[in-house]
Design a binder for this molecule. Structure first.
Ligand code: GLU
Length: 547
């Protein structure tokens, strides 16, 4: 083992002793049963919807138990950090209303960014070195690669253990020589684990879990040739969750195999263990099987997909809560959002995330919202994601509200046409003359075959004679009269009986008007649309067909 002065000489002389940190981060004063949880994303990638799912459960459990919840950004792998990842995290937390309850502005357990906690980790690395529970390793990349290749050839597990742990039992002289030569080194944990041993722990979601013990001397402090000496994830987890006084580590199931190592680290550091709960991952159905939701293959895996499309947050949270606790999916939305998520009801096998189901829930939810609330939500979404729509909506609030109210308010079955805020432009854009491209011909519609001259005279007649009538029957009589004047049958049946006498029936005329006014063969009640557009605009749009 290295002598204490050599060990201390590897660290800044001013580095605090562990008791300084223990006092700086005292035990929390908590009511019985209160849970302190955290969500700890690494900025090596963008947040996945599974991250929102985990963060939502983390925060919910903390809130309902009277504890607290924070976000710790785990940026110790700085070479793999992605530009903009941290900003994306915060956008996602804000969008989904899962901001931390505790952060650098109000919490005393920070900094909440690992790269700003480097000294804390160094204190504990030094401590483990002094106690002989960690050691310096000067193995080069090439030596490690050669060991891995030899292990593979010998068909033994790869890793740094036993006879393969080149520096575990190196003599102090060899270490002093390597240091004197200025060779870079990492610090490794001297694992007490024995190959073949089993360990157990009790998971708050899954119950007792048994696994093979860790016997790898993992790296705990990265290479000394880095300007900022940072620990690895595993070591930082133990130090931070202890000092930040977390009492429930609620995280994704992919971390279960690391628990064996984490338990060893807690023990070596002299920290009491923390309760673990591992959340089942979100799955996607593919054919008859299920697979992990994949960032690469599934757009809905990315949080940006929900933010950019403007999925209504309460509906998404409702859906996710239902995946966590099936019982919540059976409650009405408001009740389900207020009810606690119970770990005892979280499943241990993956939950199936189904975009079609989510969209149905969203459509149902939007259908319960009053028009002015939908207007506000779309406007807010458009401010960031569709500035042109934002401007037009802000300038024409009355038009937007009139449009939204059609077949929505005061009717038994309100329209379920909006699943997300980005649906507004394709569905309601035609109500705004600024967003509506005039329709000059009927190509691509079932009326495309109608003679151009017939259509043109029909459109100019309409433009000359049209009036904005409030009575729906009287309003539609105009269309009937128009049909008659231009040799369209009064009913589809009449047309069918004598097709050679007519260009079509009143149904085609109404459809021509619909396409001219809305750009589509499908729209809400035509009279309501025309009333919302106003006489001048109706005439302008119909006139475009006269050319
Ligand atoms: N930083 C880890 C991750 O990004 C978090 C693991 C944990 O929650 O302990 O997955």
């Amino acid at each position: 083992m290295l002598d204490r002065s050599t060990i201390d000489g590897l660290f800044p002389a001013s580095l605090p002793e562990p008791d300084v940190w223990q006092e700086r981060y005292p035990d929390r004063v908590l009511a019985p049963g209160a849970k302190v949880t955290r969500f700890s994303p690494s900025p090596t990638g963008h947040l996945h919807i599974g991250g929102v799912y985990a963060a939502m459960i983390d925060k919910d459990v903390a809130l309902h138990s009277g504890g607290t919840y924070f976000v710790r950004v785990e940026d110790t792998d700085q070479s793999r950090e992605i530009d903009g990842a941290k900003e994306q995290f915060w956008r996602a937390f804000e969008y989904f209303g899962i901001e931390p309850l505790e952060d650098d502005t109000n919490g005393v357990y920070g900094p909440y960014l690992q790269s700003a906690r480097a000294d804390i980790y160094l204190t504990y690395v030094r401590q483990l070195l002094r106690e002989g529970k960690a050691y310096l390793c000067f193995a080069s990349r090439e030596e490690l690669a050669a060991a891995t290749a030899a292990q593979q050839a010998a068909k033994v597990p790869t890793g740094y253990y036993g006879a393969w742990a080149l520096w575990r039992d190196a003599s102090p002289v060899a270490v002093a020589d390597a240091l004197a030569e200025g060779r870079p080194y990492v610090v490794r944990f001297r694992s007490p684990g024995v190959a073949g041993n089993r360990v157990q722990y009790v998971d708050a979601i899954r119950g007792r879990i048994e696994m093979e013990d860790n016997y790898n001397d993992v790296v705990i402090l990265k290479s000394s040739n880095q300007p900022l000496r940072l620990p690895t994830y595993h070591f930082a987890h133990a130090v931070d969750d202890h000092l930040m006084r977390v009492n429930l580590v609620l995280r994704a199931e992919e971390w279960i195999p690391s628990v064996a190592l984490h338990l060893q680290l807690f023990a070596a550091l002299g920290f009491p263990t923390i309760e673990y709960a591992h959340i089942a991952q979100l799955l996607k159905k593919e054919g008859s099987s299920k697979r992990k939701l994949s960032k690469r293959k599934d757009p809905e895996a990315s949080v940006d997909f929900y933010v950019e499309s403007g999925f209504p947050v309460p509906a998404v949270l409702y859906y996710l809560r239902g995946l966590a606790n099936g019982r919540l999916a059976t409650l009405p939305l408001t009740e389900a959002l207020a009810a606690p998520i119970l770990l005892s009801e979280c499943g241990s096998s993956g939950a199936l995330a189904d975009l079609v189901k989510l969209e149905d829930i969203c459509a149902d939810h939007v259908a319960t919202m009053p028009s002015d609330e939908i207007y506000r939500e779309v406007l807010q979404w458009a401010a960031t994601h569709d500035p042109e729509l934002w401007r037009v909506m802000a300038d024409n609030q009355d038009v937007a509200l009139r449009a939204l109210k059609i077949e929505r308010e005061g009717v038994p079955n309100p329209r379920k046409d909006l699943k997300k805020w980005s649906d507004f432009r394709p569905i309601y854009g035609y109500f705004f003359h600024e967003l509506f491209p005039l329709v000059h011909d009927l190509t691509g519609t079932p009326m495309a075959g109608i003679d151009r001259a017939v259509m043109s005279s029909l459109a100019s007649d309409f433009a000359r004679s049209y009036t904005d009538l409030s009575d729906p029957q009287e309003w539609f009589d105009q269309i009937r009269a128009l049909a008659q004047r231009h040799e369209f049958a009064a009913t589809p049946k009449e047309h069918k009986a004598a097709p050679e006498q007519y260009h079509g029936s009143v149904r085609e005329v109404a459809q021509i008007v619909r396409v001219a006014l809305t750009g589509s063969t499908r729209s809400p009640d035509l009279h309501a649309v025309a009333a919302s557009l106003g006489e001048a605009e109706v005439i302008r749009r119909m006139s475009a067909l006269t050319a």
